[in-house]
Design a protein around this ligand. Sequence first.
Ligand SMILES: [Zn+2]
Length: 164
Amino acid sequence: MISLTDQSNVPKILCDQSLEDSAHWLRAAGYDVQVPAAKLSDLQLYDIAQNEQRVLIINQDYVQDIPLESNSVLLVDSPLVFEQIKQIGKNLRIDWLYRPLSRCMLCNTELTDLNINKWIVLPQSMQNNTVTSHGCPSCKRIYWAGDEVNRMVFQLQSFKRLEW
Ligand SMILES: [Zn+2]
C-alpha cells in the first residue's frame, strides 16, 4: 500500500466525485488519477483504493468506517478548488510539472504521439502542416498543441510556483 509519506513512489490517486476539478489538474500534471463515475460510499472508495494501490482523497472533514491509520487516505476540507489543490499538493508533495499533459483528461490513459492520418482524414489544406499532437489510444481524443495546452501548462506552472 502506498503511503502518504512514501516519497519514493509517485502516488496513484483515487478522488471522490466532489474533487473532480482538482483531479483534473492532478491528471494534467501527469498523475494517474481515477474518479468514480457514480457516487460511492467512503467504504466503497476505500476498497477500490486499496485494491488498486491508490491514495484515497476524500473531501470531508471526517469519515466513518475507514481506518485512517492506514496512512493512505487524505482528507481535504474545502469546496474551493484552489484550496483543495493547495492541501493535496502539500500533503502528497505533488510536483505540478511532473509530466504535464501526458495523460488523457477524459479517461486517464497515457497519451501517445499521434500519426494523425491514421485516425482521421484531415482536410487537404492541413495535410502538409506539421501539427504537433498527442492522442488517447483508449477514447481517441486528440490533443492539439496550441492555446488550450499552453494555458494548462501556464496554470500548472503557477501551482508549482506557489508551493504553499
Ligand atoms: Zn482518453
